[in-house]
Design a protein around this ligand. Structure first.
Ligand SMILES: CC(C)(COP(=O)(O)OP(=O)(O)OC[C@H]1O[C@@H](n2cnc3c(N)ncnc32)[C@H](O)[C@@H]1OP(=O)(O)O)[C@@H](O)C(=O)NCCC(=O)NCCS
Length: 215
């Protein structure tokens, strides 16, 4: 059952919800999720190029680029369209900007069916802080906490999972400190820039874990 509007707003920041019509047509909008260090909000149209550049700085393990257009120097049309829908869960994809005092520092995404082949109630999250200077200051951890809490509070998620490269110490630390459970190693799960493949570490939080740790 969905919590009441007030309860949701209290725990998840300034959030707008449109009443779900049916499971597949669910339309949910976030105007802001505010934390102590950062806030999550929709992208502005003027930020598309900065986001594209920021992602292009990442290696493939953090930002997979399976299609030729993903390697363009300028933002692809599909990326522009995707960010124009940010803040909305649209066809199983929700993108948000990570904002530190008015500055775009990164982005976070939650994916579910039909975009991903995941069971109902399961979301996968991924995030990037574009520049090394913004890492190690707790922004990523707060972003994951805000979005995961929102996914559970709205009733959309029963399970929130995150896979990361097994050697990605910072991301694993973020997930472990937030109480995500380590579920195992996914061998040879994704390609690296150099043609080799990486092992992945899978973490997940389920509704009862999250509630238990936060009360
Ligand atoms: C992974 C990532 C999102 C974590 O966000 P973050 O804001 O850096 O996370 P935190 O500040 O909570 O730091 C997490 C841990 O990594 C360490 N760390 C991360 N980046 C660091 C840096 N540049 N310098 C020093 N320490 C760093 C922190 O000290 C902290 O360690 P601790 O938990 O033992 O104290 C961010 O580092 C990032 O965007 N990395 C590149 C892209 C990426 O790997 N994305 C994840 C793909 S699944």
């Amino acid at each position: 059952m969905l919590p009441s509007g007030n309860a949701r707003r209290k725990s998840a920041g300034n959030v707008q919800h449109n009443r779900p019509r049916e499971r597949t047509a669910r339309f949910t909008e976030i105007t802001e999720l505010r934390g102590n260090l950062i806030r999550l909000r929709p992208f502005l149209s003027v930020e598309v190029d900065a986001a594209w550049t920021g992602l292009s700085l990442q290696d493939e393990a953090a930002h997979p680029r399976p299609r030729p257009e993903d390697w363009q120097e300028t933002a692809s049309e599909s990326f522009r369209r995707r960010l124009s829908r940010s803040g909305r869960l649209w066809r199983g994809c929700l993108d948000l900007a990570i904002d530190r005092r008015g500055r775009l520092v990164g982005q976070i995404q939650a994916r579910t069916s039909p975009k991903q082949t995941l069971a109902p109630g399961v979301f996968e999250i991924g995030l990037v802080l574009y520049r090394a200077a913004d890492r190690g200051q707790g922004y990523g951890r707060e972003a994951v906490e805000l979005l995961t809490t929102w996914l559970f509070d709205t009733g959309l998620a029963e399970r929130v999972q995150a896979g990361t490269a097994a050697d990605n110490g910072p991301m694993r630390s973020v997930l472990e400190r937030l109480g995500f459970r380590f579920e195992g190693i996914m061998r040879s799960v994704a390609p690296r820039d150099d043609g080799t493949r990486i092992d992945g570490a899978m973490y997940a939080a389920i509704r009862s874990d999250w509630a238990e740790q936060r009360w």
